[in-house]
Design a protein around this ligand. Sequence first.
Ligand code: SAH
Ligand code: SF4
Ligand code: F3S
Length: 486
Amino acid sequence: MEVLELQNKTHDETRQGEAFAPFTNEVNSFKKHFYIESYGCAMNFSDSEIVASILNEQGFGATTNVENADLIFLNTCSIREKAEQTVRKRLTEFRKIKESKPQMLVGVLGCMAERLKAKLLEEEKLVDIVVGPDAYRSLPNLIEEAEGGQKAVNVLLSREETYADISPIRLNSNGVSAFVSITRGCNNMCSFCVVPFTRGRERSRDANSIVAEAKDLFEKGYREVTLLGQNVDSYHFIDEAKDEVVTFANLLEKVALISPLLRVRFSTSHPKDITDEVLYTMAKYHNICKYIHLPLQSGNTRVLQLMNRTYTREWYLAKVDRIKEIMPECGISADIIAGFCSETEEEHQDTLSAMEYSKYDYSYMFFYSERPGTLAERRYKDDIPEEVKKRRLAEIVALQNRLSYESNLQDIGKTFEVLIEGESKKSGNDWKGRNSRNKVIVFAKENYNLKPGDYVHVKVNECTQGTLLGEIAAVDSPLSIVNSKL
Ligand code: SAH
Ligand code: SF4
Ligand code: F3S
């Protein structure tokens, strides 16, 4: 996923991290302009696209230049302390701009807004607007209030809001892959996690609006959608008009049926909820990518219990077996937390051995960061010294580096169907794309007339730990080039 990749700059602060993505689509016909930066998970990046749509309706155009903005928004993340520190630092940088442009408004959106509420206005004097993830529809009113000199806050969480009817404005898009949000909130109570507090109760978006959005994307030339939710497998929609219950497996199938040329991905799966039905649906459709992000968190059952993950080490590893049984070629990645409360050295070793067993292609690895208000903060002592947490994390990262490399080595000599996403960063002569298993492949353009959004078969010749390097398979080979022209 493009955004995850953006966030994935370092190994110790990955995924729900600190990257930001300003707009790329400059609109000049508007009287007022807004600038937005997104931090955190793909859900936040997707929400910024909804915010952009709401603001556009109100006559605000996007700008990539913060100096030109009448409104600055930070869509924030609270998942770890460092994520919040990054936002605070960024706010300090905006202070100077605001001094020279006092009429400019600064708004904080997203999870940090929800967690800190009006307190954020006291702590960060330059902030004018604070809006939680379920209150974006009220932005036009809040902006009006703030323009009148009032500080404006709306952090109400909702049990219904899914923004189903809002057509997102794609930001930072490569025109090939897009996020489509399918659920909001989370009903799990993992003891370390702030998300249930910042995002509220879980709700599933109308399946018809999801399929319509994916179809519209396909018609606009997109070739890959990623269905997003904190726990996609618990998607459950009752379509009263059609007298139908739509499960996640049903939804996957509906989206896959839009076109065989539209790739379908999803994130995140919870090991307790991913069903055989989902796995069989994945296996049935070529265009549902054979890749599952299956967070482990810890490989030790006692720690998993403290984390309130509701599965054991054995349950998790049996899921991995089941995935490989139904789809031997399926890639798996994980999220892992090092140094959770009271974790012993042996328990840490269990995490390493579970990684070794699962042979992850990739992992997002973190050391535990205590979050105010969570179950773990209230119940357990954050008693693993920072240097121990960091050393355990370094061991986890080193192991993952080896596993990723080993997984890539196994692909040498194989030919994959690749969706071209754009030019390689390193060379204008090379394309970059991904295979179904979510591995990045770089290959020479040669003299073929290909473009982003086209499918091509690529033979892998070499690899690094992070990338496969290959060449377009000969046109006269059985796997001839498949162009996505309809
Ligand atoms: N809904 C997803 C994960 C959302 S948060 C799931 O349940 O799998 C993304 C990842 O951040 C988590 O999987 C976890 O590994 C990490 N994370 C969450 N809270 C954390 C904390 N307090 N400290 C360190 N890492 C944390
Ligand atoms: Fe957080 Fe757990 Fe919900 Fe994931 S499933 S968002 S880790 S509470
Ligand atoms: Fe961060 Fe909120 Fe996502 S806390 S990880 S932006 S749901």
